[in-house]
Design a protein around this ligand. Structure first.
Ligand code: ZN
Length: 503
């Protein structure tokens, strides 16, 4: 505690003396030793002072915000005002600080918070009835990112989701509800996380997915529902994790227009969702949104290697430009749309895009084995975004003090499972490195199964990288698969479970 308190006092002292500039303040501890130490005098380790980063200076802030007032600009200013004292640790809200002067990740409390929705819920949660699979996914996957054993939920989850599965395939949100791509995606990820995918009727799922495939290449979210990019990503995730045939079922309406495979025209349809801003919209001619960028990129990473499929179907430079503008200053988190507020859930939806984009612009030979040998020199990974800024936002602004855990959109919001899960996933994107292994097969020669999404490798951040992010070892979250957004072990288990591919 003594070290933590000292670090907090240092940060506060430094910030109060000079709000606008980063300055190393003189103190007795910073005295340089001149010459060799006097015999018998112990060399004192030089104390590292937490330095507020450059994006917290007022000079930088004014570069990114104009004076023209709109409802949005006023809301942004209000959010900035509520975040700044926390970002600069002028107000730590009683959170315990790590050795770098940032709040610790409240691992135990967040895990406790995610356990609660998996039990009985109060009556107020009735409005979440159609979103039950999402609660299962956020709470099991989020716990797994924190290193918790989630296999204990296996039997209960199988028992609970069995009635949500329709005989005609797919999962609805609650009992008696129509199958929906989002509910199906969330259920499958939760089942994969706890190791319970055998409950899925794969053949019925294949038929149902055929009913939502469209003649233009995209997917509807449900029969007669909207066609959008979430449908494409969710459907391709189901097909790939469950190793379903890529041929369309015989009764699929899209067959009448000459389509034969789920992948037909899909990349081309995704291209039509990229707008003049460079970002991705839910469907052609809609507004750009960070979450849809992730859906598009992850879907393309299922279709093939990122360095092939992403540049083939998207203007990568324009997309990088657009997503870069969504990292907010001075908060450091991401907004979902242009001129909107920072929000922790985009730590995943936008933060999760970078690994996929970095792989798209990494030469394919970078990680590839040559003549059976791994290259001896691997250049530094490409990094397109400010990881440190995101980590600071999540640790300072999105955790509350007190006995209750959970992470929140922003300081004035309440924590919930959705923001907790995606904040943790965003932390993982910032703390670790994810790369596509071009040595892996991107398609099974016999079955045709798409294998590219299984070729991703995660590497934990090194000690010096974590230090540069100002996190202690106890603040580090686990590796999260960059395409499927569950643990790597869960992805590998699903790959092996359905390797044979038969119904
Ligand atoms: Zn949010």
């Amino acid at each position: 505690m003594a070290t933590t308190d000292t670090a907090a006092e240092d940060a506060l002292d430094e910030l109060l003396r000079d709000k606008a500039r980063i300055a190393e303040l003189p103190s007795d501890d910073d005295e340089e030793e001149s010459g060799p130490p006097f015999p018998g005098k112990q060399c004192r380790a030089k104390r590292v002072k937490p330095e507020p980063p450059a994006w917290l200076s007022e000079a930088t802030f004014s570069l990114f915000h104009d004076d023209y007032k709109t409802i949005s600009s006023e809301a942004i200013a209000k959010t900035t005002a509520e975040c700044l004292p926390l970002l600069t640790i002028r107000d730590a809200r009683g959170l315990s600080l790590n050795s770098h002067g940032l709040p610790h990740l409240r691992t135990g409390q967040h895990a406790d918070f995610l356990r609660q929705p998996l039990g009985n819920l109060p009556a107020g949660f009735a409005v979440m009835d159609a979103s039950r699979p999402w609660l299962f996914y956020w709470c099991t996957a989020g716990q797994s990112f924190l290193g918790e054993d989630v296999s204990i939920y296996r039997e209960d989850l199988i028992h609970t989701v069995r009635p949500l599965q329709n005989k005609t395939g797919g999962f609805g949100g609650g009992h008696g509800q129509l199958s929906h791509c989002a509910c199906t995606y969330a259920t499958l990820l939760a089942l994969a996380t706890v190791g319970g995918l055998e409950v899925v009727d794969r053949e019925a799922m294949w038929h149902w997915l055929g009913t939502v495939k469209q003649v233009d290449g995209g997917f509807r979210m449900a029969i007669d529902a909207e066609e959008d990019i979430r449908g494409a990503y969710c459907a391709m995730t189901a097909l790939t994790l469950l190793n379903l045939p890529l041929e369309l079922p015989p009764d699929c309406p899209a067959r009448e227009a000459g389509l034969t495979h789920f992948t037909d025209k899909l990349g081309e349809w995704i291209s039509t969702c990229q707008t003049y801003e460079g970002g991705i919209s839910s469907a052609p001619n809609h507004e750009v949104h960070g979450a849809y960028a992730f859906c598009a990129l992850a879907c393309l990473c299922i279709l093939g290697p990122p360095h092939d499929t992403i540049p083939k179907h998207l203007d990568v430079e324009a997309l990088i430009h657009c997503l870069t503008t969504l990292q907010t200053t001075p908060e450091g988190g991401f907004a979902g749309r242009t001129n909107k507020l920072v929000d922790a859930c985009y730590s995943h939806w936008v933060g999760g895009c970078w690994a996929l984009l970095e792989a798209a612009i990494t030469p394919p030979h970078h990680n590839k084995q040559q003549n059976g040998k791994t290259p001896t020199t691997v250049s530094k990974p490409i990094s397109l975004w400010n990881r440190e800024a995101l980590v600071r936002y999540l640790l300072t602004c999105c955790q509350q003090s007190g006995p209750k855990g959970g992470m929140r959109d922003k300081p004035s919001a309440r924590p919930d499972g959705y923001h907790t899960c995606y904040s943790l996933s965003g932390l993982s994107a910032a703390m670790h490195h994810y790369a596509y292994d071009a040595a892996g097969l991107d398609k099974d020669a016999v079955s045709g199964r798409l294998l590219a999404a299984f070729n991703w490798k995660g590497r934990r951040g090194t000690e010096s990288e974590l230090k540069s992010l100002k996190v202690d070892e106890v603040d580090v979250v686990g590796l999260v698969h960059p395409v499927f957004v569950i643990g790597f072990e869960a992805v590998e288990r699903a790959r092996l479970q359905f390797e044979k591919g038969e119904f």
